[in-house]
Design a protein around this ligand. Structure first.
Ligand code: ARG
Length: 470
């Protein structure tokens, strides 16, 4: 077992302790980041005259060799090493000898791991942003085709007022757009390089931290070495934003599960995204949507777990922080997977538009408009509300709807009703008159969608003005 310490010890570590302490089983994921960080560090050490040009070249070459060999499966990461950093150093020394022993000059594993994790997270902030953008593209495409697809809008899961499928999807466009803004925000705040903080108190070597930071595309070095090695805020922010992404997907999934049910039959999930039952031959289950809804809990779990881990840790580095990795990796995998599958499911889902429109016609979704009609005829709104309430009750008893009543029946309740009532409460009028910004009328939606199209054309969140480059 390769470990980087032992000088002050008189006894070997107990095997169970060694295994309990080791992190290579999961931090091997940071392999590429560890190499990237070491290369930048070594380049800086040579620039500062701490290493010779020859030593630098030999280390850089050694690191590139290790990278290629692992990538092409010629070299296995040795899982008996304590962590990825120990493996890298041991392998480098094995390859290039004494020069390899100088790589860790002016560095601690504390700032090294802080850097590796930041590089890894930064990459996945960008990836999440891209996946969100792809999802938004799918959502907008559905919206483009469904400006005039009427459906009921709900409150309390009771039919409330009619709207359109484009309008309903537009709500999710807004949510996932905010999620992207959160990614850009996190990126900007976390994009500072902790390398050079040493174990906690910096180092006596004349490091050029600005230079190291710039080599890795950071906006600059972090400003306090103790904070640098013990800050995991950016992970908490990322896990929080990922939890919100999952919450949004989970709500959407819940609706799709309802819409796909026998009772609603608003949509049909594509066969490729459905599963069957081992016993009930008629079944086509929305398992993908249910799994995404289910996995949301696990991403929340990662957030709560890390918050709890961090809450009692004194400055600066403590080994508790090693617990940040497995759960963050799991959350990242989960969200990226779910985003990909979810976009695929949305893209292939079919809508049963006639059923959606028929459903919007039932359930008195035009009751508000009927009241507004009376207001237009000079009836105060509160009185109109009462009149339509009585009208609804009458319809419920007769098992019919407002638009099915004869003018005579309508006049029986209020003499303000005229023949123009039918047009005033038609599905189309109910939707198309809702023209205020953010409303479902086609004219209102068109303006908003023009903005969405422009937004998706921009490479990175234009309003943030930052480049989410990898
Ligand atoms: N495996 C450790 C972690 O993930 C790396 C840092 C170890 N530093 C230390 N002083 N033991 O946090």
């Amino acid at each position: 077992m390769a470990q980087l310490w032992g000088g002050r010890f008189t006894k070997e570590t107990d095997k169970t302790v060694y295994e309990f302490n080791a992190s290579i089983g999961f931090d091997r994921r940071l392999f590429h980041e560890d190499i990237e960080g070491s290369k930048a560090h070594v380049a800086m050490l040579a620039k500062q005259g701490i290493l010779t040009g020859q030593e630098r070249d030999s280390i850089l070459e050694g690191l590139s060799g290790i990278c290629e060999d692992v990538d092409e499966d010629r070299l296995k990461i040795d899982e008996t090493c304590e962590d990825i950093h120990s493996f890298m150093e041991a392998e480098l020394i094995r390859r290039i000898g004494d020069a390899g022993k100088k790589m860790h000059t002016g560095r601690s594993r504390n700032d090294q791991v802080a850097l590796d994790m930041r590089l890894y997270t930064r990459r996945h902030v960008v990836r999440t942003d891209r996946l969100l953008k792809e999802l938004l593209t799918v959502i907008l495409a559905v919206m483009e085709e469904n400006l005039g697809t009427y459906m009921p809008g709900f409150t309390h899961l009771q039919k409330a007022q009619p709207t359109t499928l484009a309008h309903h999807y537009g709500a999710y466009f807004e949510m996932f757009r905010r999620d992207r803004q959160r990614m850009a925000d996190i990126y900007r705040r976390m994009n500072y390089c902790p390398l050079g903080a040493g174990a906690l108190a910096g180092t006596t070597y004349p490091l050029d931290r600005e230079y190291t930071a710039s080599l890795m595309g950071f906006a600059g070095p972090t400003q306090n070495s103790m904070d640098s090695v013990s800050d995991r805020d950016y992970l908490i922010e990322f896990l929080s934003a990922l939890s919100t992404v999952m919450m949004h997907m989970s709500r959407f999934c819940e609706e799709i599960i309802l819409w796909n049910s026998n009772e609603y039959q608003f949509v049909e999930i594509d066969d490729a995204y459905s599963t069957g039952s081992s016993i009930m031959p008629q079944k086509k289950n929305p398992d993908v949507a249910e799994l995404i809804r289910g996995k949301t809990g696990r991403v929340y779990g990662a957030l709560i777990s890390l918050l709890t881990t961090m809450k009692g840790i004194p400055l600066a580095y403590n080994k508790d922080m090693q617990e940040d990795k497995e759960l963050t990796f799991d959350a990242i995998d989960t969200v990226e997977n779910c985003l990909t599958l979810f976009a695929g499911m949305l893209h292939t889902m079919r809508f049963r538009k006639e059923r959606m429109a028929a459903s919007a016609m039932r359930g008195f979704t035009n009751a508000t408009d009927a009241a507004d009609y009376l207001v237009g005829k000079g009836v105060p709104f509160r009185d109109a509300h009462g009149i339509i309430g009585r009208l609804v009750l009458y319809c419920v008893e007769k098992e019919t709807s407002i638009d099915m009543l004869s003018l005579k029946e309508l006049k029986g309740i209020s003499d303000k009703f005229e023949t123009d009532i039918y047009d005033a409460i038609s599905l189309e009028t109910c939707v198309e008159k809702r023209l205020t910004i953010g409303g479902p009328a086609q004219a209102a939606m068109r303006a908003v969608m023009e903005d969405y199209r422009e937004y998706l054309k921009a490479e990175s969140p234009a309003d943030e003005g930052i480049g989410l480059s990898e």
